[in-house]
Design a protein around this ligand. Structure first.
Ligand SMILES: [Zn+2]
Length: 174
């Protein structure tokens, strides 16, 4: 079985530092990624030794210590809010997923920058992943519809059998 330490050791480093607007965009996207829901927080920039953390409905973000520290604390907040845990295997898994997303989406390459946003064309990996997701969605839909079609066919045959019966004279005992 994989240990907690091993899981933490798989977490890739995230060099560099986001700007505050980039960190806000990253937070919103990661909120959606982790919680599958829209992020309703307000954002405020903080600095020095203050942590990136959510108090009330305000997410305070400190970008001074870079991407790694920011994502680490955000993952702790998202994990703690739903489980009450601090460091755990589940937290390590969540942080790993979040960091991979940051890398996969090219945020370290400036994809979250405003105005002169660096236009990075989607990588072949992105395209393949997109196509894969598309195939999975289609397969799911086809499966769902096939099941419904089978059920409908069964109901229809039952109705037709009933209809046939009604066309025969009823057996009446005299
Ligand atoms: Zn930690």
């Amino acid at each position: 079985m994989v240990t907690r330490r091993e899981l933490y050791s798989r977490i890739p480093p995230l060099p560099g530092r986001p700007t505050f607007p980039e960190a806000v965009r990253a937070t919103k996207k990661l909120h959606r990624f982790v919680r599958k829901s829209k992020c309703g927080w307000k954002f405020e920039e903080t600095s020095g030794n203050r942590y990136t953390w959510v108090r009330g409905n305000t997410c305070f973000i400190n970008v001074d210590k870079g991407w790694g520290d920011f994502i680490h604390l955000l993952s702790h907040y998202l994990h703690r809010a739903s489980t009450g845990e601090n460091h755990s295997k589940d937290h390590a898994r969540l942080e790993l997923r979040m960091r991979k997303e940051v890398l996969r989406r090219g945020w370290l390459d400036g994809r979250l920058k405003d105005k002169g946003r660096v236009k990075v064309p989607p990588s072949p990996i992105d395209k393949i992943q997109k196509r894969r997701d598309q195939i999975i969605r289609l397969e799911r839909k086809i499966k769902g519809l096939t099941t419904r079609l089978k059920t409908a066919k069964r109901s229809l045959s039952a109705l037709e059998r009933n209809q046939k019966k009604t066309q025969q004279p009823p057996t009446v005992e005299v």
